[in-house]
Design a binder for this molecule. Structure first.
Ligand SMILES: Nc1ncnc2c1ncn2[C@@H]1O[C@H](COP(=O)(O)OP(=O)(O)OP(=O)(O)O)[C@@H](O)[C@H]1O
Ligand SMILES: [Mg+2]
Length: 312
């Protein structure tokens, strides 16, 4: 079995145990990180196996200095919190910086059923024997990966506190069940994200958690940049991307009239992809941009008017 497959297998086994709450994005052949940033080519697994990895490349167009700030945090062992509305590029940003830094990326989608054991690991019965199975957080700490916990406010407080010792200077992960105290490997970094807009006020991070992270604030990219993103990601020409971004800007103003969530860059990309595949633009906008935003007939009528006025 190729070394990369060995690594994949071990990581996905652990993830299966974590109620499929995690996934790993770590390998794509042929695309190497920038030379100056090349990481050690091998990670050591607990049984002494050495496995190779490359990080898949994800295009991310920076809005400001967020890449530089993140990389400084990475170099100084600081945990990072990404705040911003849905579909504005937080996940894409993490995927991109993981590629730049040449680190494997372990992503955990948080939910209220996620337990501390889902993160750290648990004993399993296998072939009549009891064996310890690392969870995704433990795997990331052992192997110096970037560990990204998406929608962290969905996780219960007793789960979130497991992260605390990893954000201290010592960067330790105590595993109560085994008595092991794991020192996070070089390159390990915690990243959490959430959308401050829609979560219930009761779902907030405790100050003792918040103050362990450097915060990077995200929002929808400015129009010129968003146009470039839509054109590249959606596969449409520049003129079409300009129209879609103009339309999004107009719909975003409807927030004043009760629209709860503004159309995201993600929705624009989806709309562009439909258009690029031959769906008539007006139909694509109605299905991919308007309908997912609201069920309110008045708001939908207002959005359809804007579509008609902008597309001509
Ligand atoms: N700066 C950017 N550069 C390139 N693509 C971007 C950028 N910002 C957004 N995108 C596009 O928008 C899509 C949605 O972004 P992403 O999935 O990162 O959103 P998110 O902030 O993680 O949302 P959520 O909070 O719902 O998870 C991406 O798949 C990508 O196509
Ligand atoms: Mg995301």
């Amino acid at each position: 079995m190729a070394v990369e497959q060995v690594y994949h297998k071990s990581v996905f086994l652990a993830i299966g145990r974590a109620k499929q709450a995690a996934r790993v994005r770590n390998v794509e052949p042929n695309i190497a990180p920038p030379r100056a940033l090349l990481p050690p080519r091998f990670l050591s697994l607990s049984k002494g196996k050495r496995v190779g990895f490359r990080t898949r490349r994800f295009l991310y167009l920076p809005v400001g200095d967020e890449v530089a700030v993140f990389e400084t945090c990475h170099a100084r062992g600081l945990a990072v919190m990404l705040k911003g509305p849905t579909g504005c590029g937080k996940t894409r940003f993490v995927e991109h910086v993981a590629w730049r830094l040449g680190r494997p990326l372990v992503t955990i989608a948080c939910h209220d059923d996620l337990s501390a054991s889902d993160l750290t690991g648990r004993y399993l019965i296998r072939g009549g024997e009891t064996v310890w199975q690392d969870g995704p957080l433990t795997l990331a700490a052992r192997h110096g990966a970037i560990c990204y916990l998406d929608e962290i406010v969905e996780a219960r407080q007793d789960t979130v506190v497991v992260l605390h010792p990893l954000t201290d200077d010592r960067r330790m992960l105590p595993i109560d069940k085994t008595g092991e105290l794991i020192e996070a490997a070089a390159g390990f970094q915690l990243v959490i994200s959430y959308n401050p807009g829609y979560q219930h006020v009761l779902k907030d991070l405790k100050p003792s958690t918040r103050q362990r992270f450097v915060a990077l604030e995200f929002d929808f990219p400015p129009p010129r940049l968003e146009t470039e993103i839509i054109s590249h990601e959606g596969g449409v020409d520049h003129a079409t991307a300009v129209v879609l971004v103009t339309l999004a800007g107009r719909i975003r103003h409807l927030r004043d009239r009760g629209l709860a969530e503004a159309p995201s860059t993600r929705l624009l990309v989806a709309t562009a992809r439909l258009i690029a595949s031959g769906i008539p633009p007006r139909r694509a906008c109605q299905s991919a941009l308007a309908a997912p935003l609201s069920d309110d007939p008045d708001l939908l009528a207002a959005i359809h008017d804007l579509i008609a006025a902008t597309l001509g």
